[in-house]
Design a protein around this ligand. Structure first.
Ligand code: ZN
Length: 104
């Protein structure tokens, strides 16, 4: 649970981390793909638009579903279906399973 919260932060403003990753996954559609597949980024600082190489910032958009839900293995998390499914359930289906409070 705390892990999922921490991992979620890696899905935004993650351009450098994604580009340094070997493999990425999407928490929305649970696709796994190489960072090269990502063709769109949001939130890029366009003040230096004349020089695309110097663009900073940016949040990866999933090449399959277009959502800002991409995490790379450089984040320290293993990008595998079980992990992505947990993230998907927590953030997109809103079904974090909490322990029921102890009965008194
Ligand atoms: Zn996706």
């Amino acid at each position: 649970m705390a892990d999922l919260l921490a991992a979620y932060r890696h899905t935004t403003d993650n351009r450098a981390e994604i580009e340094a990753s070997q493999v990425c996954g999407c928490c929305s559609c649970v696709a796994i793909f190489p960072p090269d597949d990502i063709v769109a980024w949001s939130g890029i600082d366009v003040s230096s638009f004349d020089d695309p190489e110097s663009l900073t910032g940016g949040t990866a958009l999933c090449p399959h579903c277009g959502r800002e839900a991409v995490i790379g293995d450089r984040s320290g998390y293993r990008i595998e279906p079980g992990f992505l499914t947990s993230m998907n359930e927590a953030w997109f289906q809103r079904t974090i399973i909490r322990k029921p409070p102890p009965k008194t």
